[in-house]
Design a protein around this ligand. Sequence first.
Ligand code: GDP
Ligand code: IMO
Ligand code: MG
Length: 421
Amino acid sequence: MDVLLGLQWGDEGKGKIVDVLAPQYEVVARFQGGPNAGHTLEFDGIKHVLHQIPSGIFRSQILNIIGNGVVLDPIILKKEIEGLGKFSIDYQKNLVVSKKATIIIPTHKLLDAAYEQSKGDKKIGSTLKGIGPTYQDKIGRSALRIGDILSPDFREKYQVLVDKHKTTLSFYSFPVDKLEEMEGQFFEAVEFVKSLNLIDSEYVVNDALASHKKILAEGAQGSLLDVDFGSYPFVTSSTTMTAGACTGLGVAPSKIGEVFGIFKAYCTRVGSGPFPTELFDATGEAMRKEGNEFGSTTGRPRRCGWLDLPALKYSIMINGVTQLFMMKADVLNIFDEIKVCTDYVLPTGEKIDRLSFEITDLDVKPVYKPMKGWHCSLADVRSYDEFPTELKEYVAFLEEELKVPIKLVSVGPDRVQTILR
Ligand code: GDP
Ligand code: IMO
Ligand code: MG
């Protein structure tokens, strides 16, 4: 099983690359996260954003698995499937859902909003999809799972959880007047989910591996949002790194093959939390405009900045990345000079290239290596040989620093704007 994951703060372009690589695989599986993800695919002049459905769904020969590690919102899943109506996808054949995936219920979304509101200016900047509260219930051993919807006493189990949530919501004085309407949608969507192929996905995954089928595990979010290794508490609530693919699908670590680490040629972040190379000036604004850096799930403007090598090295280390894929190189076309952060300077004056525990609270100053921009369009470039010299130099410098080969460079959102090296 190969794993593909984001090495930064999400939105690196995972959806595009899963779609590009999918023909080499028989199975594509999501292993964590939920509708907080927004994975964009572009082909034949159409753009699609997937939230919970794996990005192999447009290839009819591929089995797409929503794994046990995922938190699933039935309402959003129903809408997503309805939204793909025109593609005549055979959901019975091409999509399966783990019975062990955890269900996001309406009160999880209210709790997400209540917790964020109570944090004031310390808020995480959550997508408000109920991710944190749902994982909290999973770890707290009180959550509902997809297999539970088949049980005759699902409504009673649901009510027990809702009553518990209502106590917390009243503690936060959070209004629940929308709940009834949300519940109507929820139970309708639950009936719809019952019509899907609900399975013990760990058997399907391991049977596929035993018969030498190729599986691609599709990460959501990014390593710097990982609940253990990200910039805690400004993180998501799941294990976004390679190890998460093992627990989120039921695959042994020894079965992991390639680990594809995706990064943008610069950095973005949506939501709160530290971002050492963030640009607050016209350069950052130009990056946001050129890269169309607005959230695929929430539409929020993404914070932008130069590439951060200490952070990237950290992500490569914790994930065991074997191949790097650099995305959105074309966004840097507009700059005369491109900067890459090689180290941080601490308030004490010490220079470091590591992410220590304290770094979240420290005001670190990035040390930049300036590089010459290429200043030309990459829209029609289709091979590495056609790259401008300055872009070749950028790639070579990063490979030397990161000690992992950059095997793919993306020069535009479309499937065809993908250069393999
Ligand atoms: P994901 O969450 O990692 O799948 O990434 P998103 O879909 O949230 O955000 C990536 C955005 O960049 C999407 O709008 C993509 O269509 C777009 N994109 C992907 N690769 C490229 C690229 O090489 N160049 C440009 N300009 N846009 C890209
Ligand atoms: P994809 O898969 C970018 C961010 C949120 C917030 C923090 C916690 O498209 O790369 P949560 O809703 O999980 O409680 O939010 O994580 N976040 C993402 N940022 N891309 C994502 O997914 C994200 N999913 C969550 O903005 O800062
Ligand atoms: Mg995204």
